[in-house]
Ligand binder design. Structure first.
Ligand code: ADP
Ligand code: MG
Length: 406
């Protein structure tokens, strides 16, 4: 499953090429930008239709973020033949001096696709960075996978109803962080969802019966978890309770990878695990133009947002699901019912770190857009885009469509 590829383009070359892209018609889609930023002046706004879901043309992919649809960068200014020729000349003269490249590795870990992209002056160093990041993904998978019998998390699920189980500080801290999101959302985010959730198998099209759900439902409640910070133990107050960190662990893993890459001296990188991404720096002096997938059209984005130095997570009802008798069974459960949430198609959260955005994307998905927007008011520095069950777009107050110039 290993696919390593280096994109042979010095930064300046891709800049010149994106100048050339200005000759092509721009796709129609909703563009959202952050309020009070300098982006507005740099984007070619005339060509962008700010209506949601109006995107009619599939665009060339610039990078691959599963769950998100990254698109090629748009030109930042009007195409000028003179500027283009000058840039090409500059490119030809400077390219031999500049050896920095984007390097990319993609692997299947944690039941999802992991992508690491690094900007580096040296291929060997980039390989080391990508290797270290993938190793970290494996490490967290071995610690927290509910499917691996020898993971720490599996041991907790086997024993914590009988006695307090001593766990690593790392697992303890992430469980504690999960409880924070449970508290602020009145239990919309709840890692004990797994007390019912473990009975679903989306790949095989298996769902528990109503009777099974009713029997297991009392096991769901984050208050059943007793954490003792002094000796880092966890205990369940109830038999039948199980935990699963699927709504937060990938974001946590992404954060660890970015911390690692930054410590290794990289300044520009992107790490993605399924629907969770974090961007270190930017993309050659400009933001990554990041697309949020249209939940019902795999190859199209509903929204595009310029991003740098930030984290973004999307929870969607299209990630893992099956349909039966017209009903969609997907992997985000309402802890109150033990059934798939119906009111949301996707929830995207942008924030400083991926642990937060991962947990919050699941949280907001469960809450539904109205309660989600209320919760967001109390969370500074967090923005969100939610697509409801009718395909309607809702976004938080820190985002806005760009104003037409002039
Ligand atoms: P993914 O990147 O796997 O699509 P999401 O961030 O969308 O992850 O979260 C979905 C995962 O979160 C599910 O696969 C499950 O492991 C877990 N989950 C489902 N419902 C809840 C919930 N109500 N609270 C916390 N975690 C949940
Ligand atoms: Mg999540």
């Amino acid at each position: 499953m290993r696919k390593t590829e280096a994109r042979r383009s010095a930064g300046i070359v891709s800049w010149a090429l994106s100048g050339a892209l200005a000759l092509q018609p721009l796709p129609r889609r909703a563009l959202l930008i952050f309020r009070n930023t300098a982006y507005t002046a740099r984007l070619k706004l005339e060509s962008i239709n700010a209506r949601p879901s109006g995107f009619t043309q599939t665009v060339e992919l610039y990078a691959t973020i599963p769950g998100l649809l990254p698109i090629h960068e748009q030109t930042m200014s009007k195409f000028s033949p003179l500027k283009f020729v000058l840039l090409m000349l500059l490119t030809l003269t400077m390219a031999p001096l500049s050896h920095a490249d984007w390097y990319k590795d993609e692997q299947a870990i944690m039941g999802t696709s992991i992508v690491v992209e690094i900007w580096s002056a040296d291929a060997g160093t980039a390989q080391e960075g990508m290797w270290a990041a993938m190793q970290e993904m494996h490490r967290i998978d071995h610690l927290m996978s509910p499917l691996k019998e020898d993971s720490e998390l599996s041991r907790v699920n086997r024993e914590a109803a009988d006695h307090p189980v001593k766990i690593s500080r790392e697992l303890f801290d992430l469980i504690e962080r999960s409880l924070y999101f449970s508290r602020i959302s009145e239990g919309a985010f709840d890692i004990t969802f797994s007390s019912v959730g473990y009975m679903y198998d989306y790949r095989k099209g298996v769902a528990p019966s109503d009777a099974d759900i009713e029997r297991a439902l009392p096991g769901i409640n984050y208050r059943h978890l007793i954490l003792n910070p002094r000796d880092t133990t966890i205990e369940f107050t109830r038999k039948g309770t199980r935990i699963d960190l699927g709504g937060i662990a990938k974001g946590y893993a992404v954060d660890n990878c970015i911390t690692l890459l930054a410590a290794m001296g990289f300044h520009q990188a992107l790490v993605t695990a399924g629907g969770d991404s974090r961007i270190l720096g930017d993309k050659g002096g400009r933001p990554w133009m990041t697309g949020i997938r249209d939940p019902r059209k795999e190859e199209e984005s509903a929204v595009v947002i310029p991003l740098s130095d930030t984290a973004i997570s999307t929870s969607g009802d299209y990630e893992r699901f099956f349909e039966r008798d017209g009903e969609r069974y997907h992997h985000i459960l309402n802890p109150k019912t033990g059934k798939s949430v119906k009111d949301t198609r996707s929830a995207t959260v942008i924030g400083p770190d991926a642990t937060t955005t991962d947990a919050l994307s699941t949280t907001l998905f469960v809450l539904g857009w109205k309660k989600a927007m209320t919760l967001l008011e109390s969370l500074p520095g967090i923005e969100a885009v939610i697509i409801d069950s009718g395909g309607q777009l809702h976004y938080s107050s820190g985002l806005e469509p760009p104003k037409p110039p002039g």
